[in-house]
Design a protein around this ligand. Structure first.
Ligand SMILES: Cc1cc2nc3c(=O)[nH]c(=O)nc-3n(C[C@H](O)[C@H](O)[C@H](O)COP(=O)(O)O)c2cc1C
Length: 170
């Protein structure tokens, strides 16, 4: 039997929710990436790393990059959790930008998370407000899909759904 672990890093809880669903479904261990110890993680055969998307980066992804020499023989997968709707072109661009060199063959999954203005830190709320102001200057007919969502969301939204995990579980 393969030994499986789900590593996750979540700021507002959406990635944690997916990671918990996944660990329950696979009956495997669940570890927060920032508390992970590479000696312990290297004992697993299958490592699934999930992180929230912030300014186009995946939280906790650096753990994989930093320790890739010790993990490259394992079965690896990454899932990113962002606010924006699934868009093939955006995911491809994301993959091309983040999964370079030795990382190129790691499968990437994208799941839609949540938008919690009530929970956001003051700094995050200000950053999102600035971004909205910038996008608002554009002609709405030219919005990228993520820009359209940014302008639509008002307050709190939760798009998390357990079924989205099916391709990764399969
Ligand atoms: C400051 C900030 C930046 C964000 N940047 C992105 C982004 O670049 N792309 C995206 O899809 N979502 C972005 N989001 C939305 C988060 O990815 C989304 O809320 C996700 O559910 C967070 O996961 P977590 O709750 O596990 O941290 C951003 C949110 C904040 C507060």
């Amino acid at each position: 039997m393969s030994k499986v672990v789900v590593l996750y890093q979540s700021k507002y809880g959406a990635t944690q929710k997916y990671a918990q669903w996944l660990a329950a479904e696979l009956a495997c261990d669940l570890v927060e990436t920032k508390k992970a110890n590479i000696d312990q993680i290297a004992t697993y055969d299958v490592i699934i790393l999930g992180g929230g998307v912030y300014a186009s980066g995946i939280r906790g992804f650096s753990f994989l990059k930093r320790h890739f020499s010790r993990l490259k023989k394992k079965k690896l997968a990454v899932f990113a959790v962002g606010a924006f709707p699934y868009d093939e072109k955006m995911i491809d661009a994301f993959r091309a930008q983040k999964f370079k060199g030795e990382l190129v063959n790691i499968p990437l999954y994208y799941f839609r998370g949540a938008w919690n203005e009530d929970k956001m830190t003051g700094l995050d709320r200000r950053l999102c407000g600035m971004l909205k102001k910038m996008v608002a200057k554009k002609d709405p007919t030219t919005y990228e899909p993520w820009e359209a969502v940014l302008m639509e969301v008002d307050g709190n939204c939760d798009w998390t759904e357990k079924e989205a995990l099916k391709p990764l579980i399969d």
